[in-house]
Ligand binder design. Structure first.
Ligand code: NOJ
Length: 758
């Protein structure tokens, strides 16, 4: 391949990329002069590259270094040895690897490339750092329950500090897919069902991962995934068909991506699924018309793991060559794991089926990303085995994991104030999650370790609790003699803590469930223990919302504890023994029954809504359960006694370009200081398209001392009332809106009406 001259157009394009980056709030420091210099370096490289080297720059492979947990997280890689992978990298056939194993691995690869490759283009090291690296934080949906995006920013920052210390430049996170069907296993990985929470946590996590400057040795490039609508899979079956209206796509599934990009994310991952017949990896409308032309996204699109190759099984590509052609033409810049770009792009260009400019554009984006990460200046800036050790599991990170842990625990019930427990109480801790180094850190932990995490029993003992531990049951299988032992333990105790739920392998990728219930052997254990009649606290371990039933549902106290990570047991003990008051809220609705799924609070009323609390003929209702949640989105109790009242909205008129303050009096008549998450919901009473029964438009965590009351104020502007209108664009219509200031999506709280006037 003959060297090409640097065209002015392509130089300008690269300069624009870097300049757009510089202009983002995070990158204000980068100057235009630097941008021009960087872009001419990149153009010179592109001009010097062969077609094979270009295809190599667009090829990302799973690390072949042995011993990594990553192999278990993905379908098997291509079986290469580490040595042959190094030789591939030296030959320019690789842009980098992902889910490798630390700084030593990265050092060996990078050194080989910088010493022996023709063009000395540094490798990029990527990984799934989803909720921590060595210090593990709560699974993302759990952390979203904190309703504290700033907390997620801090845990993402801490994760980047550790992971970048281990040579990782690029994290495949945040996962920003809205999840409205709890059968889907990847609910655990996102921020739940709500768009506002989804946007806030997407932006916070991007800020956290990317830090102050992307060139810093503790910053990682964020990758908002999976673009798009991956969470809308039919029946909650992972990878399944997605068929939805453009209105729902734009109103529900896309906004968290936009928020991530606005916060500075310059990479995104194409999703596995199709949308209305077109798989995302081959979706030109999605990846080019919308993402680039409409939104002006300047970053890089990477496929998901063999996402391009899967176009064959989707039935839109004839073979690997055709799949590579479709993917690159649609706008997928980089191919992950299939090697199809390396194999076919050169020939596709030579045959005139893919324009060289399109390949150059993708290479330009890749090199620009590497340049933004500072890799051209110092390819080893994140690679230092000593730093890797020093940064791992620092006390400050573990303290943050504990804080994030207790802030993620949702208290669903606390009848008779049985919580918090007295330390002197004799507690029987019963259930498969009562003790043991398993199911603590949760799914999607490539580098974390259950062995290093604190289990529930240890946490309770650390807190000074008087406990006995009885397993009682396996997770999905009964345990011989288990129920009898548990019943005996319950008889000998004053209080029972029943630790039940899902193993961490029951949620996550490809872990869809038909019945989102506590597995039957554990349910049987709960029934037997409940019959003993001791005050019982259910401590759930879960990666999704569950449909609770029988003795589990009817226990006087229930805590949702997800998988809380490294400090799991200590964090749960903080809540159980009252060192902390619960403050978290459900980011996903807990339905009455699995058959209600997909269930989400911001659903439509329909023309025949079920009358509140009753059954009536010919209404939108199920025969056996209400058309509502058992525990709704936004729900969560504290150790205080919180009341809402005295709604105020001035004259109730919101001027078109104005702002209106709405407020309510929130009172804590309890004996404990608490943090209350106050939520503002609206409902558009009449609009040209149907609107949700309620929509969260703002929230605030408010500290309330015992006996304190506070007027909690929100300012509403027109944009909070916007929707995707009949004319296929964002619109706002004047008229009346119902407003609630409330503790959950199903609670009346304090409410009134406002009118938007033009
Ligand atoms: C497949 C998953 O869908 C994606 O989220 C992940 O980043 C890649 N595998 C790489 O592990």
């Amino acid at each position: 391949m003959a060297a090409q001259t640097v065209s002015r157009r392509s130089a300008l394009k690269a300069a624009a990329l870097v300049a757009a980056w510089s202009a983002s709030p995070l990158r204000a420091a980068a100057r235009a002069a630097d941008a021009a210099q960087v872009s001419s370096k990149i153009e010179a490289l592109i001009a010097a590259m062969t077609l094979d080297e270009k295809a190599g720059q667009l090829t990302l492979m799973p690390s072949a270094w042995g011993g990594s947990k990553a192999a278990g997280l993905n379908p098997p890689g291509n079986g290469q040895s580490f040595e042959s992978q190094i030789e591939n990298a030296v030959a320019g056939k690789l842009t980098g690897v992902f889910n490798g194993n630390g700084a030593v691995m990265a050092q060996r690869m990078q050194r080989a490339v910088m010493e022996r490759s023709r063009l000395k283009i540094p490798l990029i090291f990527a990984a799934d750092v989803i909720h921590g690296h060595r210090t593990i934080f709560p699974i993302p949906v759990g952390e979203a329950a904190s309703f504290e995006p700033e907390l997620a920013e801090r845990t993402a920052r801490a994760a980047a500090f550790e992971a970048a210390g281990a040579g990782i430049d690029w994290t495949f996170a945040p996962m920003v897919d809205i999840a409205r069907d709890q059968r889907w296993g990847r609910v655990m990985e996102g921020a739940g069902e709500d768009v506002l929470i989804g946007r806030a946590f997407a932006a916070a996590r991007v800020r956290g991962f990317q830090g102050h400057r992307l060139t810093d040795d503790d910053a990682m490039l964020a990758c908002a995934k999976h673009f798009a609508a991956y969470g809308a899979a039919e029946a909650g079956l992972d990878y399944n068909t997605v068929d939805l209206s453009e209105r729902t796509l734009r109103e529900v599934y896309l906004p968290p991506f936009k928020a991530a990009f606005d916060a500075g994310a310059v990479s995104t991952m194409a999703s596995f699924n199709e949308i209305s017949g077109v798989p995302s990896t081959a979706n030109h409308w999605l990846l080019t018309e919308l993402l680039r032309n409409e939104w002006g996204f300047k970053g890089l699109v990477v496929s998901d793991y063999t996402g391009d190759e899967e176009l064959i099984l989707h039935g839109v590509a004839r073979d690997g060559r055709d799949a590579a052609r479709l993917a690159i033409l649609a706008g997928t810049d980089m191919s992950m794991a299939s090697n199809l770009y390396a194999l076919h792009l050169p020939d596709l260009v030579r045959a005139g089926e893919v324009p060289l400019e399109r390949v150059d554009e993708a290479v330009r984006r890749t090199l620009t990303i590497k340049s933004m990460l500072g890799l051209f200046d110092d390819p080893f800036r994140r690679i230092d085995p000593n730093r890797e050790k020093y940064r791992s599991r620092r006390p400050a990170a573990l303290a943050l994991a504990r804080e994030a842990g207790w802030k993620s625990i949702v208290m669903l019930k606390n009848e008779g104030d049985i919580l918090p427990l007295a330390k002197s109480a004799k507690v029987a801790v019963i259930g498969p999650f009562a003790a043991g180094q398993h199911d603590l850190i949760g799914g999607w932990c490539v580098y974390g370790d259950d062995e290093q995490a604190i289990d529930l029993a240890t946490g309770m003992r650390n807190a000074g609790g008087q406990i006995t531990v009885t397993q009682g049951s396996g997770i999905e299988e009964p345990l011989e003699g288990g129920v009898e032992a548990a019943v005996a333990a319950a008889r000998n105790a004053e209080v029972v803590v029943l630790s039940l739920g899902e193993s961490q392998d029951m949620s996550g990728e490809a872990q869809s469930r038909v019945d989102i219930v506590v597995p039957p052997p554990q349910q049987a254990l709960a029934e037997a223990v409940a019959a003993v009649g001791k005050p019982t606290v259910v401590v759930l371990r879960n990666g999704r919302a569950l449909a609770l039933a029988g003795a589990v549902r009817d226990a006087p106290a229930i805590l949702v504890t997800w998988y809380l990570g490294s400090e799991s047991g200590n964090a749960i003990a903080d809540i159980l023994y009252g060192k902390r008051s619960p403050s978290a809220r459900l980011p996903i609705s807990f339905p009455y029954a699995s058959g209600q799924e997909p269930y989400y609070y911001d659903r439509k009323t329909t023309g025949r809504p079920q009358p509140a609390g009753e059954r009536a003929d010919y209404k939108a209702q199920f025969r056996t359960v209400p058309n509502a949640a058992l525990f709704p989105f936004g729900h969560g109790l504290t150790y205080g006694k919180i009341g809402y009242g005295d709604f105020a909205a001035g004259d109730g008129k919101l001027a078109w370009d104005g702002a209106l303050e709405v407020s309510a009096l929130v009172v804590n008549s309890g004996k404990r200081a608490v943090d209350e998450v106050v939520q503002l919901y609206v409902h558009d009473k009449v609009a040209s398209v149907t609107r949700p029964v309620r929509q969260l438009v703002a929230f605030r965590k408010v500290a309330l001392a015992p006996g304190a009351s506070q007027r909690v104020r929100f300012t509403i502007r027109r944009d909070a009332l916007e929707f995707y209108g009949l004319a296929d664009k964002p619109t706002v219509e004047p008229g009346e809106f119902k407003v609630w200031i409330a503790p959950s999506a199903q609670h009346d709280g304090a409410s009134g009406s406002i009118t938007l006037v033009r």
